[in-house]
Write a protein that binds this ligand. Structure first.
Ligand code: MN
Ligand code: MN
Length: 454
């Protein structure tokens, strides 16, 4: 029989596991975008005693600090009793997820209906995103500097919106198309209204614009400077008749982000400084000022070094070189409906613990970040000492495909990095699935890493 996390749990551990997952379920249900994830994480961090980096003059052991970048990245630190230049233990995960965004000129009226044009974000199977309830979550930034929060579809009594799909009765031509173009990107337009205001030139669009003006005090031009994400409506749900799994939007990679966050919030006085970074834009290449490739991270470390009395220009390289990281991103969970894409011995399975990928990339390890064997051995040792169950795996058969994470960016800074994460079924679909056992085991793995890696 195969060993799973479930097999080794005592009754009291099982209760802790379910309680932890219920907290995650509630958190993810209200944290579907980068901005909401950062805001809700910040509430937890402040409650756990974390202070704004800009309000701290000098650093001392045990200090708890946060830094925020443009509302979309969060960096947390618990200062260790060793100096920063001896390196940090870092957990990193991304908090952006595949979705649709409203275009900058989204609204139009056609055939007596009002629609909104979208632009998809990240790698999606477009046919999965039609004929389902969607919410609009984001911000509208007005010229006068005010920022209007939009959140429609997830509060009680809210309406939802959605993209139509062609009825089966008339779809015989559509169904002959290859999957990639069964639904094309420009067909992902949302139906948002159907009541006309007969005094307007465009009656149905006019009605919606009036409504937006009244409710949010925004006008059509304000969409030019808006970021509104179109995400699946509704809460994350218990999944399986035994409620052993969670089904919901955004596990990639918010499940690793949440477990990393919880791990650092519980750190008290570590030997080496603990760090947790939650970043944006991984799904589109980690570029831009809120992606992992932004200078934000190094800049923040430089500020910390300065506050600890070091020269931030010289000693930052020493700090980075001595740091160690678990770059956490979800793995593909073995799927018995599609065994042909996995090589069974090296696949990740639901319920068997946190998964480590020595390397990522595709085919002949192209584009991979490959952890050094010496470092993998150290991580194994810490996991075994803390009785954390892990599985070493690859993403699919060697010739089938592959993927990348933020690991290479930190590895390029000359620190040791190992890809870690939680196995997911239906990755990048509107409803992804994780095992509660893996969620809990990852959280335990992160705590062990922060506490014991040296
Ligand atoms: Mn990911
Ligand atoms: Mn992804």
């Amino acid at each position: 029989m195969v060993n799973t996390v479930w097999d080794k749990l005592t009754e009291s551990e099982k209760k802790k596991l379910f309680d932890f997952n219920e907290e995650y379920r509630q958190f993810l249900s209200i944290s579907k975008t980068e901005r909401t994830f950062v805001n809700n994480s910040l509430l937890l961090a402040k409650k756990a005693g974390f202070k704004d980096i800009n309000k701290i003059k000098t650093l001392k052991e045990g200090d708890r600090i946060y830094a925020i970048n443009r509302g979309k990245n969060l960096c947390l630190f618990v200062i260790g009793n060793k100096p920063l230049i001896e390196g940090m233990n870092i957990l990193g995960a991304h908090i952006d997820s595949p979705r649709m965004d409203l275009k900058q000129k989204p609204l139009y009226e056609k055939d007596g209906l009002c629609l909104m044009d979208t632009h998809y974000y990240g790698g999606i199977k477009k046919y999965q995103w039609v004929a389902r309830a969607m919410s609009l979550v984001g911000v509208v930034c007005k010229k006068d500097g005010t920022v209007v929060d939009i959140n429609i579809g997830d509060n009680e009594g809210d309406p939802v919106v959605g993209v139509s799909d062609l009825l089966i009765h008339l779809a015989q031509d559509q169904l002959k198309k290859p999957g990639a173009i069964v639904v094309e990107g420009e067909k992902l337009d949302l139906l948002v209204g159907s009541i006309p205001n007969k005094n307007k030139k465009e009656p149905v669009k006019g009605y919606i614009l009036d409504l937006l003006k009244k409710k949010y005090n925004i006008s059509e031009d304000d969409f030019l400077s808006a970021e509104i994400e179109v995400v699946p409506s509704g809460e994350v749900r218990d999944y399986g008749l035994d409620s052993s799994m969670l089904l919901g939007y955004g596990h990639d990679d918010k499940v690793c982000a949440y477990t990393s966050l919880r791990a650092i919030l519980e750190m008290k006085k570590p030997q080496r400084t603990s760090c947790c970074i939650l970043v944006d834009k991984e799904e589109v290449g980690s570029l831009g000022n809120t992606g992992m490739q932004s200078r934000f991270f190094e800049d923040t470390i430089a500020i910390l070094l300065d506050k600890q009395g070091y020269s931030k220009n010289i000693e930052i390289n020493e700090c980075l070189r001595n740091s160690m990281m678990l770059s956490s991103d979800v793995s593909s969970a073995y799927d018995s409906n599609y065994p042909e894409v996995s090589e069974k011995r090296n696949a990740a399975y639901l319920g068997r613990g946190i998964s480590f990928n020595k390397f990522t990339g595709s085919r002949g390890k192209s584009g991979s970040s490959d952890a050094n064997a010496e470092f993998v051995a150290k991580v194994r040792n810490v996991m075994d000492k803390n009785k954390v169950m892990f599985q070493m795996c690859e993403l699919g058969k060697v010739d089938v495909g592959g993927g990348g994470t933020i690991a290479f960016i930190l590895a390029n800074m000359n620190m040791d990095v190992l890809d870690a994460g939680i196995p997911v079924q239906n990755m990048h679909a509107p409803c992804e699935v994780v095992s509660k056992a893996d969620v809990y085991e990852a959280y335990r793995a992160y705590k062990a890493f922060l506490k014991d890696m040296k």
